[in-house]
Each structure stands twice: as structure tokens, then as C-alpha cells.
Design a protein. Structure first.
Length: 640
């Protein structure tokens, strides 16, 4: 394990994007909807290089710089119309053919308001957000027109935008309220306002971030605690149309100064510039509940982002590595996990380093709750389970392991039941346009995964106890044990000669009831006769009478087999030769006599004669009977 000071749980991903750094000649813009970065170089003709979201996605073109400096620049989603704002009350639209602008067909749209910004909501629709409201315009390149299709009048001080959710958060001039607005093609929907208390406090634009966490859009508001003076982050969840945003969580930072927020893998990452550290919060974990609001401390003490070395051009074969300044004053953060250093000319994605983080969380139950919500948490969770089962613990952590099994299987059960519902909702040949494919949970640990982990403690003294814990957890959530797990449990119980436990498991249907499992049991019947009876009990529950009869005949239990055949199959369907042959092999004259007379009585009832039909091929057994019991031949049985 690394030394504590060397542990980093956040890193700048290696698939970063380089662009021309900001300078006196070059301005840098970022479109957080399309995730494109624009490097605009002025002087004579304006050269523009667009990169992102993939590293190899590059568009290069030139424009005229007449009309003034560019304040904002964004492509439509299909990269076929470029919107450029140079003045506070107008936007230019430049149509593209391929990746080159048609500069002779520029459409200029002028308004009478102060434009704060614009966002594309469709390939041909753009929303202008100004001091007087939100208005959606349709761009018609073939007519060189811009047409208004929807508008919302509201006095605005500033706004924040989430391209992921198509929601604008408007700060109004009246009462300092925050109003979320859903903006889509030809649609503007005003949502319930964010409750900022009564009277509403004033919130600065720099203190508000829009982000998505666990699939729900959230408003993060940075503010000072009135009692301690320390900074906190209020988390207001926007639960959808008709539902007012609720302040559900508060993140206690216990620091003062400048902060910025990202979201990574459903974690809220709060960066603190003064200490050059990042704090991680998971609102899915339990915290201190006060007045229906959950107060969270960081998952672990703050740590720095992992150092990042940037390779620079050099004549040397190995190049030259420059260590980037972390938490630089030049950093600008965008949602969900983007860091841009305009002066350096780098755009990174933040990644979570799951394994180092696990080394900092000593509470294994809390670690499990954490890992089950992480996209890369499955392998680490299996590793945690394996560590708890390791021999060094000697079973002392079994209560913890039992609780972890329950947490894992609660998610597993929900997925199993949802899958079964989807399979049985409609006939297989009918497709429903409304039924969507079920989305699996973030971390799904199935029985096959656990079997691989259990194999690591094969034949250890406590393996039976661990397997029983897991089986009981499955049973608690009504999950049937699958074949591979059932065989593993059977093998371990037989190895430990725990035959009573095996019998009880079969009696209560806690193992998979199938013919392969019953045959697997029978293959171990030489260890103890009890195993054979357990297999027969399982087959009986499945009404697999023909297999039970074969097993009994193989064991020499001819009379028991004949009785079962008569009761389950009916006398008419019982094959005489099979039973006579088994009775003959038993070398017990009394058994042979009883079986033979049984079939004689059957013959008399069915064929009105004691004789066997030739088709049953019983000649050798008839001869053996006549030779062994000659006195019986003198007795004439009456017709039934």
C-alpha cells in the first residue's frame, strides 16, 4: 500500500485534448453542450480550430474578423451551423458545407435585449437567453431567416445551463429566485422554483453549479454556514415537472476560500484551491439527518489530484516532461468532469481511482455501500469479500460478511425479479413499443461471480459456514440457488460429512432441484447411503419417478421400486422384464418369487392368463421360476 500522503483518488485522464493556448492573439471558448473547445486566432482572417469531444475530432476553418471580437461561439449539434456572438444584442449564423463555412450566406439576427448567452437545443433551433427572458428560434438556412417559435418573458440577472438535461437555471431580478426552465425543440417549460428560504437570500452566479448525480439534475449552491463560518454546499434535487426542487443534502466542507465542483461517477467532487485538495461526497451514503436534510462529511480527508506530467516537444528521444500545476488559477471546470487550463492549452477529464480510495475507507460495510454505487466498483467489491473470507480473519468478521451478502443480494434480487417481470409481461412473439430494456444496476454481483470468489477458500475449515451464510442470504431475498453454487455447497457438505445439513437443505428446497443436481448427488452415494436417499428425495419432489425407480433397482431395492412404479406409473405401464431381471440379480428367491407372482396376477387381470406375452421377452425368468418353484405350477389360480 502507498504511504498516506502518496494516495490519490482523483486523476487527470491520459486521453486529454491539446489546443492552442490562450494568448494576446488567441481566445479560447468551450461549448459545454457539445463538449467542443474553440481556439480562435485573430489577425487578418480569423483562424478557428475546434476540438472535441474525442481527441481526433478536429474542425479547422477561417472566418472574417470584421464585426468585432468574438464573445461566444458554438456549433449546432450536427456541426452544420455555427452561431457567433460579437455584440451584446445580435448573433450571427454561419452555414457550413462539410467542414467549411459558407461566408457569403451569413445570417445576422438582432434583438432589442441584452443577450446573456445562447444554447443549441436542436440541429436547427437555438435558445437565446437575455435579460428579458428565454426565446427559442428556428434557423432556416435555405430562406436565410431566423424565426421565433417559443418565448418565455421573465426578468433575468444571470443563468446557468445544463446541456445534459436541457435545463436553464434562471436567477430572476424579482425576489432573487432561481427558476429552472426546461428548453427543448419548440418547448419551454417553467419548472417549480428553487426554495432559497424566506426571505430569499441573494445567490451569486459563481456560487451555483448545475450537475447530475444518480440520474437526477441537482443545483449545487455554495454558501457559508451562519454558525461556524465554514463553507457548505446545498444540494437541491430537481425531481421533475410538478415537483418542487428539494434541499435534500448539505455537504460540510469545513474550509473557507475558493471552491469548484465536478461530478465523477455519481460522486460530488469539491475542489479547494487554497489547500490544493479535492473532497469527495456521496449523497447515497447515510449522514446526519436534521429536519429531513442529510448532512454529509467527506468520504475521506481531502487529497490532491494525482500529479500529471505533460510531454513537451523536444529533440531528445525521450522528450521532456513538465509537471502541470494542479489547482491552477487558470483552471476552469465544466460539468460533469472537465478541467480546462486555457493558458496551458489542455482539456482533461477527471477520473476516479477506485482502489487507492478503498484503502482509505476502513469500515467495510460503508465501503460496500460506496462500491455498489460505483461503475468500476464490482471487482473491488469482490476483492473486499475475498479479504473478509481470508483465513487470517478466522471467522471473526462473519457478521460483517453476512450484512455485505445481504446488501449485494438485495440489488441482485431486484434485478432478477425485474428481469422475470419483463420476460413474462408479454408473449415472446409480441413487442411492446413502450417496454424499454431494463437497465441493470450500477454493480450487479451474481452467483457466478461469488462462486469464483468462494473457490479461493476451497476446503478451508470455515468454507461451509461462509457458503451457508451466502445461501441463507439468497433465500432471504427469494433467489434460487443455481447449479454451480448448489454443486459447490453439496461438495463441501459431503467433504465435511454434514449429511443432516444436506438433507435439510433439500427438504426446504434451498438447493437447485434438477435432474443434473440429483445425479451429482448420486455420483457421491458411495460416500454414505444418506446421500442416495437425499437424491431420491429431490427426485421425488420433481416427480422424476422413472429415475428413482432406476436408482432403486440399481441399489437392489426391487420391492420398493416395484411399489413406486405401481403407484406412480400404474400397473399397466410397468415393464415386467426390467423388474424380473433386477429380482433375479438380487439372488434372493423370496424377492424373485414376490415379483414374479405380482406380474402373474397382472397378466391374469390384463390377459386372463398367467402366461407372459412373448413381446415382454421373459422366457429365461419363466424358466428360472419353474425350476426354482416347481410346486407353484400345480396350483391353478382362478380367473379374476
Amino acid at each position: 500500500m502507498d504511504k498516506p500522503n502518496g494516495i490519490h483518488y482523483i486523476e487527470l485522464a491520459n486521453n486529454f485534448i491539446r489546443f492552442d493556448a490562450a494568448s494576446q492573439l488567441t481566445k479560447v471558448f468551450f461549448d459545454d453542450t457539445n463538449k467542443q473547445i474553440f481556439a480562435v486566432r485573430s489577425g487578418g482572417a480569423t483562424g478557428v480550430v475546434v476540438k472535441g469531444p474525442a481527441e481526433d475530432a478536429v474542425i479547422t476553418f477561417c472566418m472574417s474578423d470584421r464585426g468585432g471580437d468574438i464573445h461566444s461561439i458554438k456549433f449546432s449539434p450536427d456541426n452544420q451551423i455555427l452561431a457567433v456572438q460579437r455584440v451584446e444584442n445580435a448573433v450571427e449564423f454561419v452555414c457550413f458545407q462539410g467542414d467549411q463555412p459558407q461566408l457569403q450566406d451569413i445570417i445576422t439576427h438582432q434583438v432589442k435585449t441584452l443577450i446573456y448567452g445562447f444554447v443549441w437545443v436542436h440541429n436547427r433551433e437555438l435558445a437565446l437567453i437575455s435579460n428579458t427572458g428565454v426565446e427559442v428560434f428556428q434557423i432556416l438556412p435555405e430562406k436565410r431567416q431566423v424565426r421565433s417559435v417559443k418565448a418565455l418573458s421573465i426578468s433575468i440577472k444571470w443563468f446557468a445551463w445544463s446541456g445534459d438535461a436541457n435545463v436553464a437555471l434562471l436567477c430572476t431580478t424579482e425576489g432573487n429566485t432561481l427558476v429552472p426552465v426546461l428548453v427543448k425543440q419548440k418547448v419551454i417549460t417553467k419548472l417549480p422554483k428553487v426554495n432559497l428560504g424566506n426571505p430569499a437570500r441573494e445567490v451569486e452566479e459563481s456560487k451555483v453549479t448545475l450537475g447530475r448525480v444518480y440520474g437526477v439534475l441537482a443545483v449545487f449552491i455554495l454558501q457559508s454556514n451562519s454558525t461556524t463560518g465554514m463553507m457548505e454546499v446545498e444540494v437541491h434535487l430537481l425531481n421533475g415537472p410538478g415537483l418542487a426542487p428539494q434541499k435534500c443534502h448539505v455537504l460540510r466542507l469545513s474550509l473557507v476560500g475558493r471552491f469548484a465542483i465536478n461530478t465523477v461517477d455519481n460522486l460530488i467532487v469539491v475542489h479547494h484551491q487554497a489547500t490544493a485538495t479535492s473532497l469527495l461526497f456521496d449523497i447515497a451514503l447515510t449522514g446526519e439527518l436534521i429536519d429531513e436534510v442529510t448532512y454529509h462529511a467527506p468520504i475521506t480527508p481531502g487529497r490532491s489530484i494525482k500529479p500529471f506530467g505533460l510531454k513537451l516537444p523536444s529533440l531528445l528521444p525521450d522528450g521532456h516532461i513538465m509537471q502541470c500545476e494542479l489547482y491552477s488559477t487558470n483552471w476552469v471546470l465544466f460539468q460533469p468532469n472537465i478541467v480546462i487550463d486555457a493558458k496551458l492549452g489542455c482539456m482533461w477529464y477527471l477520473n476516479l481511482c477506485i482502489e487507492p480510495l478503498c484503502n482509505l475507507i476502513s469500515d467495510r460495510l460503508r465501503l460496500t455501500e460506496f462500491l455498489l454505487q460505483r461503475s468500476s466498483g464490482k471487482q473491488m467489491q469482490l476483492k473486499v469479500v475475498q479479504q473478509l473470507m481470508d483465513e487470517q480473519y478466522k471467522g471473526t468478521l462473519l457478521p460483517v460478511l453476512e450484512t455485505i451478502f445481504d446488501k449485494i443480494n438485495k440489488i441482485y434480487a431486484s434485478w432478477v425479479h425485474l428481469t422475470l417481470q419483463n420476460q413474462t409481461a408479454l408473449p415472446s412473439n409480441v413487442k411492446s413499443p413502450t417496454n424499454k430494456q431494463a437497465t441493470p444496476p450500477i454493480v450487479l454481483i451474481e452467483q457466478s461471480d461469488m462462486v469464483q470468489v468462494f473457490q479461493s477458500i476451497a476446503e478451508r475449515p470455515h468454507m461451509e459456514t461462509v457458503l451457508m451464510l451466502y445461501l441463507q442470504s439468497l433465500n432471504k431475498y427469494n433467489i434460487a440457488a443455481q447449479e454451480e453454487l448448489s454443486k459447490m455447497i453439496i461438495s463441501e457438505l459431503i467433504r465435511n460429512r454434514s449429511f443432516d445439513t444436506l438433507r435439510r437443505l433439500v427438504s426446504y428446497s434451498m438447493l437447485l432441484e434438477s435432474k443434473p443436481i440429483a445425479c451429482f448427488l448420486l455420483s457421491h452415494s458411495d460416500v454414505n447411503s444418506a446421500i442416495s436417499q437425499v437424491a431420491i428425495d429431490m427426485l421425488g419432489k420433481m416427480q422424476a419417478y422413472e429415475i428413482i425407480i432406476e436408482v432403486m433397482l440399481g441399489q437392489g431395492r426391487v420391492i420398493d421400486a416395484l411399489r413406486l412404479a405401481k403407484n406412480s406409473l400404474g400397473t399397466d405401464k410397468v415393464q415386467a422384464r426390467k423388474f424380473l431381471e433386477a429380482a433375479y440379480k438380487s439372488q434372493d428367491d423370496l424377492i424373485f418369487h414376490s415379483v414374479y407372482r405380482f406380474f402373474q396376477m397382472r397378466n391374469l387381470r390384463m390377459y386372463e392368463t398367467l402366461n407372459f406375452p412373448k413381446a415382454e421377452q421373459c422366457t429365461e425368468f419363466i424358466q428360472h421360476y419353474n425350476n426354482t418353484f416347481p410346486a407353484d405350477n400345480a396350483v391353478k389360480l382362478p380367473k379374476s
